[in-house]
Design a protein around this ligand. Structure first.
Ligand code: HEM
Length: 336
């Protein structure tokens, strides 16, 4: 039985998850990741500072436990609630040494804060979805399983974000994070498709190509994020942006570039299969447009010095491609 309520909350969750991915990539492109050194608060505040004045030690100023100051190019964290005396006394403070990021840039801080806010807000529709899914478990077990799965994955992503901010090195964390987002998007689209009215049936050959295309797109996203890990590593080690791609000795970026051909070829096969059957899959035109654009942006990233503004575009387009490949497939695979 289809549920309009589940469909509504799955759609709302999708919009939020998309915004989370977009905000995350803006954080990365602007280098704002450490704009808030602590988590979940930001410099110990619920609403982060806009002015360095807030982070400045002054005589007779009250601080709450956890709030931070910037002194001699280092962050210090208040050990308890107290009011400062005439001189700075280090017993009241703990040196913040989780990582050596020790500048205050209000633009970075607010970009990171807005990113976290969108992330936290995305939890609300996902929670509503899980509650309504479990509520209707007798009528539809799969709605409950998928909705709770989304909630579980979102909690996992938040936990991963926290341990990374806490300075723990997590190998392949960008890839794990990205593949987590891919899984969330796929589960939400499956939920939306399951609860959408109408009949969608395609010839077997087309179904097979769609399934293969989805597998290839997920693999390409995996290869892309692995490439990105190498790019980030090079940038963190002082390689100039324009020289990053050439500096990478691993074959991964080239594998990612070459693998893109399989997607192009299979999409062309799908086009001719549809022509043969005189039909058009829902969302096929946007899919072709997104793949063409993704290719163009990928070529610019690869050969034109990895321009910063193109990085979020490449990432967001990959989610668009994922959605327009999987959704028509999910519509066809569900029981009518
Ligand atoms: C359908 C085709 C493609 C898909 C789905 C795709 C997907 C992705 C994804 C998901 C990333 C990681 C982005 C991030 O985490 O910020 C990435 C990175 C990258 N891709 Fe692609 N890509 C495609 C085609 C191409 C092509 C054709 C090229 C080059 C000719 C290319 C070059 C790159 C480069 C250089 C990066 C690293 C950029 C960065 O670190 O931000 N991609 N790709």
């Amino acid at each position: 039985m289809r549920s309009a309520r589940i469909r509504f909350w799955a759609t709302t969750s999708l919009v939020f998850i998309f915004l989370v991915i977009l905000a995350g990539s803006v954080v990365r492109a602007t280098g704002s990741g450490m704009g808030c050194p602590d988590w979940p608060q930001c410099f110990g505040y619920n609403i982060p500072p806009t002015d360095v004045e807030t982070l400045t030690w002054r005589e007779g100023r009250s601080f709450e436990e956890g709030q931070m100051i910037l002194l001699n190019d280092q962050f210090w964290v208040a050990n308890a609630d107290f009011t400062t005396g005439e001189e700075f006394t280090s017993e009241n403070w703990t040196l913040f040494d989780r990582h050596d990021y020790n500048i205050f840039n209000p633009v970075h801080t607010w970009i990171e804060f807005i990113n976290r806010l969108i992330g936290a807000l995305s939890g609300l529709p996902v929670l509503a979805l899980a509650i309504f899914g479990v509520w209707g478990v007798r009528r539809n077990v799969w709605n409950a399983v998928l909705a709770v799965g989304v909630l579980f994955l979102l909690l996992f992503e938040a936990w991963l974000g926290k341990i990374v901010v806490d300075g723990n090195l997590v190998p392949n964390q960008i890839t794990i994070h990205m593949m987590g987002s891919v899984a969330i998007v796929l589960l939400l689209l499956a939920l939306r498709a399951r609860n959408t009215e109408g009949t969608y049936s395609y010839p077997k050959g087309i179904l097979r190509s769609m399934l293969l295309l989805l597998v290839l797109v997920v693999m390409q996203i995996f290869l892309g994020t692995q490439t990105r890990e190498l790019v980030d590593y090079a940038l963190e080690h002082g390689v100039l942006r324009a020289e990053v791609v050439d500096s990478i000795t691993s074959a991964l970026p080239k594998i990612h570039r070459t693998f893109a051909w399989t997607i192009l070829v299979l999409t062309s096969v799908l086009f001719f299969q549809q022509r043969k059957h005189g039909m058009l899959l829902p969302g096929f035109k946007p899919l072709v447009f997104a793949i063409a654009l993704e290719w163009a942006v990928g070529v610019v990233l690869f050969f034109a010095g990895l321009p910063q503004a193109m990085q979020p575009v490449h990432l967001v387009l990959s989610i668009g491609i994922l959605a327009s490949t999987s959704y028509p497939l999910f519509l066809a695979l569900r029981k009518s």
